[in-house]
Design a protein around this ligand. Structure first.
Ligand SMILES: Cc1cc2nc3c(=O)[nH]c(=O)nc-3n(C[C@H](O)[C@H](O)[C@H](O)COP(=O)(O)O)c2cc1C
Ligand code: SF4
Length: 503
């Protein structure tokens, strides 16, 4: 994984945990209004893909157990992983692109209600993404994928000093390029073709020569609206529109979006489709349903959007009626590492990926609360515009003190913790009960994220080899890891009679 150079290795910070009385007075455990909802506390588990759906996108028993396990820790809200809005195959990622997915999603909602004792609100992140192909083998690329044109023939003629390629047959061009050295290939292929060869073909929202990409502004509002309607029907408390990271909607917001059809170029153009999508969703689900957005405070790529853009978007989103603003950072394809042949490019392997999920191999600033300045600036601007839309801040938050400080300073209204909640889904409850010293603390070294990269079922290194012999536990496909952390034994002196524990 990418990390800053020179590298500073950080230790996870000492934590001072509150007593149950202190926790009862803490801002973190105070309710907060999020659109039509009230969260019981300001604790939030952001979306995390666990690779547990069926190959055709249905909820599995493993999904139910996974979300049920997070619910047992009673966070204010859980956001279900990025869930595809189209009815197309997309591997073992959840889907919501057809009514046949509703029954499974309903069961997910019921599981979370039951396991949290009704304390946790459940949202679902809905996503659209464009096509990304695996990196091809060089021979295959030249035999099958490259669309040979006269541009290639002309380039070959120029290179071969007199030998005329213009009349040569396609199969000869392919055969020659297949065996050509890199420097020749670099002079014959254009930038996109080279990218397809080295990284795998990847569509962009700016590929307006492709009718389905040109028409995205026509089709996406209805696709998102239908997905949100299904989420409501399944019983979710709200939806989160995924406008972050490497996916379609974030690419519309990107400064790199230079579409000339009114959906790119200026900030107003770039935010147009995201606002139209929201309007369609709102019209479909009604005014009494929570609809929020996750977007980037900074894309962290050359020529990409920066905090000034994000501040503008945040204010526009709040003004138009989005119910919460969840701020993330980076996670782009543009600076991702070259994948191995046969694998797809993964948007969390470059610098922008690092900034999305920073590790302890960092720079002087370290990973803890690293993304907070972005949330702070967005919140300030939103509030200065006279709006109170709650802001969710996430990124390297794994202690009560940091979470509480964020709220006390007014940097955000809600605190998200993804990896810390994966390391210990009971951690919010432990803190609330004054048993913070029992929290299993995330080490921020991203073993979980490496599993995600390999499309393997996501687990945490702190618990996935513990008590493997335990009766009835679910194991990963390779049988080597448990899929859920052991249950937290709540018995014990400090926990006895803890309010909120048994109700
Ligand atoms: C395994 C894994 C899967 C993730 N999947 C998603 C996702 O589906 N949608 C999303 O917006 N963010 C996703 N993220 C990013 C997290 O929501 C979060 O923003 C990031 O991990 C930084 O927060 P943290 O420091 O609290 O972990 C994922 C993170 C991890 C570790
Ligand atoms: S594997 Fe566990 S400890 Fe490591 S970063 Fe992920 S959640 Fe944290």
């Amino acid at each position: 994984m990418w990390h800053p150079e020179p590298t500073v290795r950080h230790s996870i910070p000492e934590a001072r945990w509150p007593t149950a009385d202190e926790a009862a007075r803490a801002l973190l455990f105070r309710p907060v209004r999020v659109g039509a909802l009230t969260l019981e506390s300001r604790t939030w588990v952001p979306a995390m893909v666990p690779w547990r759906a069926t190959a055709d996108g249905f909820v599995t028993r493993e999904n139910l157990e996974w979300y049920g396990r997070f619910a047992a820790g009673r966070p204010g809200a859980i956001v279900v992983e990025a869930t595809g809005i189209r009815d197309i195959p997309s591997g073992p990622l959840l889907r919501i692109g057809h009514d046949r997915f509703i029954p499974g999603l309903k069961e997910l909602v019921e599981t979370v209600r039951r396991e949290s004792g009704g304390h946790t609100r459940l949202l679902i992140q809905i996503i659209d993404f464009l096509s990304v192909k695996r990196r091809p083998d060089k021979s295959k690329y030249f035999e099958r994928f490259l669309a040979v044109t006269d541009r290639h023939r002309r380039a070959l003629s120029e290179l071969s000093e007199g030998e005329c390629w213009l009349a040569r047959e396609e199969r000869e061009v392919r055969a020659f390029l297949k065996g050509a050295p890199d420097d020749v290939i670099e002079r014959v292929l254009d930038e996109r073709e080279l990218e397809s060869l080295r990284f795998g073909y990847r569509e962009r929202v700016t590929d307006v020569h492709l009718p389905h990409v040109r028409n995205l502004p026509k089709v996406l509002p209805a696709l998102f609206a239908d997905a949100a309607r299904r989420a409501r029907e399944a019983g979710f408390d709200g939806v989160e529109l995924h406008y972050a990271h490497a996916y379609t909607m974030a690419s519309f917001l990107s400064r790199r979006n230079d579409r000339r059809d009114g959906y790119g170029g200026s900030r107003e153009g770039r935010v147009r489709l995201p606002l139209e999508v929201y309007a369609a969703v709102r019209a479909r689900v009604g005014g009494d349903y929570t609809v929020g957005v996750r977007f980037l405070g900074d894309e962290v790529i050359g020529g990409g959007s920066r905090i000034e853009d994000a501040v503008y978007y945040g204010v526009e989103f709040a003004r138009t009626g989005l119910d919460f603003l969840s701020v993330s950072k980076g996670g782009k394809f543009e600076d991702a590492k070259q994948p191995k042949v046969g694998q797809a490019v993964y948007p969390y392997t470059g610098r922008s990926g690092y900034e999305c999920m920073p590790t302890v191999l960092s720079d002087g600033r370290g990973p803890f609360g690293r993304n907070l300045p972005l949330a702070r600036e967005i919140k300030r601007a939103v509030n200065a515009a006279g709006l109170k839309t709650p802001v969710v801040a996430t990124g390297g938050v794994g202690t009560f003190e940091l979470a509480e400080e964020i709220l006390r300073r007014g940097d955000a209204d809600i605190v998200g913790a993804a990896r810390q909640s994966l390391a210990d889904p009971d951690w919010f409850l432990k803190v609330k009960l004054g048993r913070g010293d029992e929290v299993r603390r995330c080490t921020y070294t991203n073993y979980c994220e490496a599993l995600d990269q390999m499309h393997k079922q996501v687990t945490c290194k702190l618990w996935d080899r513990v008590a493997l012999g335990e009766q009835g536990i679910a194991l990963s496909n390779d049988g080597r890891r448990r899929l859920l952390p052991p249950r937290w034994e709540k018995g014990g002196e400090k926990g006895k009679g803890g309010k909120g524990e048994e109700e």
